[in-house]
Each structure stands twice: as structure tokens, then as C-alpha cells.
Design a protein around this ligand. Structure first.
Ligand SMILES: *[C@@H]1O[C@H](CO)[C@@H](O)[C@H](O)[C@H]1NC(C)=O
Ligand SMILES: *[C@@H]1O[C@H](CO)[C@@H](O)[C@H](O)[C@H]1NC(C)=O
Length: 645
């Protein structure tokens, strides 16, 4: 093993990194995919063309992750109320999609979770005061927070049934009918039933029967002009059965969701596109970021804009639409070429003074109000038939508010624009599969190393040993000592297949949590976040613990006890090592505390992977310094002899 030259290792590592990068880029970049998606539409070449009338157009609003909390920030609610009464009165959407996490459902310490009727009553009172249910179609669905601690949908604490506007769980198909066409809205309900308390309620699940229902809904929606799918979870956080969540929604122009809250500011924009062409558009949360979205179908071309509450004027350019957000598989894009007018929706509380239009930096003139919020400016699309162009719109209103919006458009079929790699990685990776594979690899890797060192004969040390030889020596010592060997093997096996804890996963309902999933109330919920936790457990506890024991054993083999090694080893080496192990133990103790707050006292006491592990670690940590055996004495002699040669 030690004969592999460094150069060779570097080469292999370089090749591996290159391969992984190529795979990532190949999977996630959208260049090259668009050509493949080009579908010739009969509809492309038929009227209606976008012109100057407010016709063949409707718009709607999405808002997500409101998280009404009885403990935190009243402004979340007061501003949401002003959004419902004032903003929506200005926008006048045909419908509003509220994509989950209506309430926060977290306890005061922010770790535990429950359904609080008070939060739901607050939500209801906003709907009531704003009378929004009478003014528009209000479709509010459940998110993971709305399903915490709910044993079944009929439970009395499923307040969604009582206080929401829509009050229907499960996936459904809503058709918005207009004189110029029918538009399908399909809800993907991946919330868990039964709904465990947090944190093991982060990923959604679509089981086989729900998948069949979604396939049926998808088939129904083919009669509509366009369909939009929506749900709480991004597809990357849904554990779905075959044919897979992205495949089943492939006829949709877009899938709109929430849940990720801009990743705490890391990803202000999370938009991407499936291989099948469907746009995946995550919307930032209302909770902290006060985001909302206006989306529009204008002559069956889909456009949208993500906005912040109370930032006016809101500008949405619908023709020519943004090239980045095209779905050539379902949109009649040729209509842009045949259009006679540039079309822009503008919303503001005050009258609009001017709507200036620029293309490639050249001012084309002022768009005129057609009717309602629509502003139009005549153009000749032929002038832009090749290449990429930038359209920019500047709006000023009577209250001196100014806003500018711009995007790239193109009338060609093949243009290479793509979403950011980071967004695509977040939205298009099946994180639970990656985590599962990684977890299994780490577990098997550790077991294999221990096993190999247990079986192989320990080579005799010759001459003063280097660091590598000492590491290998200590692994031999650890693996050949049955107590330490079986303790570590048992720990890792338990991490992989044993129950981590048993307790009230839902109040009044016992369950058990494993790496591969959670069992509660006779239901099995597939593992997802559990694998991620399993990886951290392996990487930040099991493996460092093994390394720590190896190091302690090596000190023992040098003839030291606990106190003598402190005196004889360099402080700069041994202090950080003990301190690091101490931190890991603190982390493990904190996770017992976390378990106490999330799943209660019983779960904490019945937790082999938490409380019991803390105790076992202390026992092992003591034993490694006090045990004695003939082998140990022989190792001491061996090390002494080879150091003196
Ligand atoms: C919607 O579909 C119908 C039937 O195919 C078609 O007549 C109509 O023009 C379409 N609407 C739009 C806005 O394209
Ligand atoms: C919309 O659906 C209704 C009911 O299925 C149907 O009668 C109507 O013709 C459809 N409209 C268009 C424009 O396709």
C-alpha cells in the first residue's frame, strides 16, 4: 500500500475529480439540451399573435412559506395581511397559490414542533379580514410544517382542515377556465402522513398510489392549453417512486415550489430546468424575505417575476419573453416572431407616468396603456430575428417610484443560455439518493478497513517507524483487540441498521428512527434526511473516535499511561487531539439534548445512538488507558526495540 508513488496518487485523484466535474457539467448544464427539446408545434404557427389588446392573457400570484408563528415576529402576519388587502387588490390575480408552510409549528425553543391552533386561527383571521377568499381563487396547500406531529389526516390537530381556505389534502387538478383556453394547475402533495415531528419531516414522499394519481392528473391536463404544477417541496427533496416526480410532470411548462427559503440567503434565486423541459422555480419565503411571485400566461407563453413585498412598480415583460425561461417542448414560441407589440404588465398603487422600452440599449419609445395593467409598444420582430437581445423597461409612477426590469430574448431556436450550476445542483440532484450512496460507502469503507486489519498479519516493525507505519501499526493493534474491534464494528453496524432511538415520533404514537427510514404508527417513511444525519454521525463521530482510540493505543504501546503520556508527548500534539475528541463528545451530548427537545424524554432514554453512545464512549475512553494484556506488553517491547535500532 505504501509503495504507491505520490505522483500516481495525484494523477488518479486528478482524473477522478475531472470525471466527476464532467459528469456534473453534463448533467446540469442546459446547453445542448434545448436543441433536443425543440418540438415543432402546430400551435406555433396559428393565431392568436400577441398584439395590443388585453386578451388571451391572465396572471396569478404565488406566495410560499409564510410560517405564521405565535412566538415570533408579528410583522410576518401584519405585512401578510397588507399583502392580501392592498397588494392583491392592485394586482388582481386570477388565482393565488400558497405553496405550504402556512404556519410555523415550531415550539418556543425553535427545536421542537407541534400544531398550534392559535397560529391557524391567526391565518384564518387574515383570510377573513382581507376577504381574499371572495376576491380571488385562493389555493393554499400544506407544507412540512403544517404536517408536524399529525398522526393521520382525520386527527383533531390537523387544523389545515378547519382553518385553511382550500381545505383539501392530497394531490389535485384545478382547471382555470377562460374564454381563450383552459389552464391546468396540478398540486403535488408530498407531505408525510403520518407526519412526524421535526427534523425527520424535511423531505416529502410520493408513494406508488399517489404517483398513479399524479399520472392520471397529468393525462387529464393534456386537454388544457398549458399546465403548471405546484407543490411545497422542490423535486430534489421528494422521495418518489417510479417513474419519478420529474418524469410525471414532464408535460408541465413549470413546477413552482418553496421550502428552501433561499437557503438562508445562499441562493437568492433558485430556478432551473428539468431534462424534460419543465422549469423548476423555487420561490423565496414570505417568512423572512417577504417574497412573492406574479406569473402570467400571455398567448400561452409563460412568464413570471419574483418580487419583494411593497416594492413598486412591479414590471413583468410578457412579450418578448425571457429566453432563459422558455420551455420549447410546450410553448408556442414562434408567436413572439409574429407578434406586433411588445407587451408589459405594470402594477403600482399610484398612476403610472411612463413606461420606457429599450432594446440593446436603444430607446424604442414609451409603451402605451392598452387596458388594465397592460402596456404595449408596436415593434417589428423581424429586426431581431438573429442572435440574443436585451429588452429593458423603465417605469415611473406618480409617487416618483422608479423600477427597471430587463431580460434576454431571442427569436432563434438554438441559443445557449443556462441556469446557474449551483441552482441546478440544488434543484436537480436527488439529494436522498446521493446521501444514501455516500452513507453506504462510508459504512462499508470503515468496516472493510477494520476487517482487513483484523485478518491480516501484523508485519514486524523494522528500524525507526515513520508516521504511516505507526498509523498502520495502531490500526493493527486496535483491530486485533477484540474489545475495541467489536465495539467499533457494533457502533458502525448499529449506525447502519439499528434503531437510533425509539420514542414518540408523533405525540401518543411510538415509533423508531433508523438510517433507512422512520417507522411510526404502522407506517414506514423512507429514509432521506436520516442518511444525511448518518453521514455526519460517521464522519464526525464514529471515524474520529476510531482514530482517537488508535492514537491512544499507540501511546499505550509506547509504554505510557494516561498521565505519563501527558508528560512525555509534545503538548502541541496531544492537547489538540484530546480537545478535538472532547468537542465531538460535547456535540454528541448536545444531540441528546436536541433529541430531548424534538422527540421527548422517552426517546432520549431509549436512544442507542445518542445517550447510550455517550456512556459507551466514556467507558471505551477509560478502558483504552487502563487495560492490560500480554499483547500490549509485546507491542511495547517491539516498539522499544525498533526505536533503539
Ligand atoms: C387554447 O387551445 C384552444 C384549443 O386548442 C385554441 O383554440 C386556443 O387558441 C388556445 N388558446 C391560446 C391562447 O392559444
Ligand atoms: C375548456 O373546458 C371546457 C370543459 O371541459 C370545455 O367545454 C371548453 O370547450 C374548453 N375550452 C377551451 C377553449 O378549450
Amino acid at each position: 500500500m505504501c509503495f504507491i508513488p505520490g505522483k500516481m496518487l495525484k494523477l488518479v485523484a486528478g482524473l477522478l475529480v475531472g470525471l466527476v466535474l464532467a459528469l456534473i457539467l453534463g448533467t446540469y448544464s442546459s446547453t445542448g439540451r434545448r436543441a433536443q427539446l425543440r418540438v415543432s408545434h402546430g400551435r406555433d404557427l396559428t393565431r392568436p399573435w400577441p398584439g395590443k389588446e388585453l386578451s388571451h392573457i391572465f396572471w396569478a400570484v404565488q406566495v410560499t412559506d409564510i410560517h405564521i408563528s405565535k412566538f415570533l415576529e408579528n410583522e410576518r402576519v401584519s405585512e401578510f395581511e397588507s399583502f392580501c388587502t392592498e397588494s392583491l387588490a392592485i394586482i388582481q390575480p386570477a388565482l393565488v397559490l400558497v405553496t405550504g408552510d402556512l404556519t410555523d409549528g415550531k415550539t418556543k425553543d425553535k427545536l421542537g414542533s407541534d400544531q398550534f391552533e392559535e397560529e391557524w386561527q391567526i391565518y384564518r383571521s387574515v383570510l377573513k379580514k382581507s376577504q381574499i377568499l371572495k376576491k380571488t381563487k385562493w389555493i393554499d396547500i400544506r407544507g412540512n410544517h403544517d404536517s408536524f406531529n399529525i398522526a393521520h389526516l382525520g386527527s383533531t390537530n390537523n387544523y389545515y382542515r378547519k382553518y385553511s381556505g382550500w381545505q383539501k389534502e392530497g394531490s389535485f387538478h384545478y382547471i382555470h377556465q377562460t374564454p381563450f383556453g383552459n389552464y391546468s394547475f396540478i398540486c403535488v402533495d408530498a407531505t408525510l402522513t403520518p407526519g412526524p415531528k421535526r427534523p425527520y419531516n424535511f423531505f416529502g414522499i410520493i408513494k406508488k398510489d399517489q404517483m398513479q394519481k399524479l399520472s392520471t392528473l397529468a393525462a387529464e391536463s393534456l386537454h388544457s392549453n398549458q399546465s403548471v404544477w405546484f407543490g411545497h417541496y422542490p423535486t430534489s427533496t421528494i422521495v418518489s417512486s417510479s417513474p419519478g416526480i420529474r418524469e410525471v410532470m414532464s408535460s408541465a411548462v413549470a413546477y413552482m415550489c418553496g421550502h428552501l427559503h433561499t437557503l438562508g440567503g445562499l441562493a437568492p434565486v433558485l430556478h432551473s430546468q428539468h431534462q424534460q423541459g419543465t422549469l423548476e422555480l423555487e420561490l423565496g419565503d414570505w417568512m423572512k424575505n417577504r417574497r412573492y411571485r406574479i406569473f402570467v400566461f400571455d398567448h400561452d407563453l409563460f412568464s413570471f417575476i419574483d418580487l419583494r413585498h411593497d416594492e413598486w412598480p412591479a414590471i413583468l415583460i410578457t412579450n418578448p419573453k425571457s429566453v432563459l425561461y422558455t420551455n420549447p417542448a410546450v410553448e408556442p414560441l414562434k408567436r413572439i416572431q409574429h407578434s406586433t407589440h411588445i407587451r408589459v404588465l405594470v402594477f403600482s398603487p399610484d398612476p403610472i407616468i411612463s413606461v420606457k422600452v429599450f432594446i440593446d440599449g436603444i430607446e424604442l419609445g414609451d409603451a402605451e396603456n392598452s387596458s388594465g395593467p397592460l402596456y404595449v409598444l408596436e415593434w417589428s420582430a423581424e429586426a431581431y430575428i438573429t442572435g440574443l437581445h436585451e429588452i429593458k423597461v423603465q417605469v415611473k409612477d406618480a409617487a416618483e417610484r422608479k423600477q427597471t426590469r430587463s431580460h434576454l430574448f431571442s427569436l432563434e431556436d438554438d441559443v445557449s443560455v443556462s441556469f446557474s450550476l449551483f441552482s441546478s445542483l440544488i434543484l436537480l440532484t436527488d439529494h436522498y439518493i446521493v446521501a444514501q450512496v455516500l452513507f453506504i460507502v462510508i459504512v462499508l469503507g470503515q468496516l472493510l478497513v477494520l476487517l482487513v486489519f483484523r485478518i491480516r498479519k501484523k508485519p514486524k516493525l523494522r528500524g525507526p517507524p515513520g508516521n504511516f507505519a505507526l498509523a498502520s501499526f495502531s490500526l493493527h493493534v486496535l483491530s486485533k483487540n477484540s474489545v475495541f474491534f467489536y465495539a467499533i464494528v457494533l457502533l458502525t453496524l448499529f449506525t447502519a441498521i439499528g434503531p437510533w432511538f425509539i420514542g414518540e415520533i408523533i405525540d401518543g404514537h411510538m415509533g423508531a428512527c433508523f438510517a433507512f427510514g422512520v417507522i411510526v404508527g404502522g407506517h414506514f417513511l423512507d429514509g432521506s434526511l436520516t442518511y444525511v444525519v448518518g453521514i455526519t454521525q460517521m464522519a464526525f463521530f464514529n471515524i474520529p473516535l476510531t482514530a482517537y482510540l488508535c492514537w491512544c493505543l499507540l501511546c499505550r504501546c509506547k509504554g505510557h499511561g494516561f498521565f505519563s503520556h501527558l508528560r512525555h508527548t509534545k503538548k502541541i500534539v496531544c492537547v489538540p487531539i484530546h480537545f478535538f475528541m472532547f468537542l465531538l463528545l460535547i456535540w454528541q451530548i448536545y444531540s441528546c439534548f436536541f433529541l430531548l427537545l424534538t422527540y421527548g424524554t422517552l426517546a432520549t432514554f431509549l436512544s442507542p445512538m445518542k445517550l447510550w453512545l455517550v456512556v459507551a464512549t466514556l467507558v471505551l475512553g477509560r478502558r483504552v488507558w487502563v487495560f492490560n494484556s500480554p499483547e500490549l506488553r509485546s507491542y511495547v517491547t517491539e516498539l522499544k526495540n525498533c526505536q533503539s535500532t
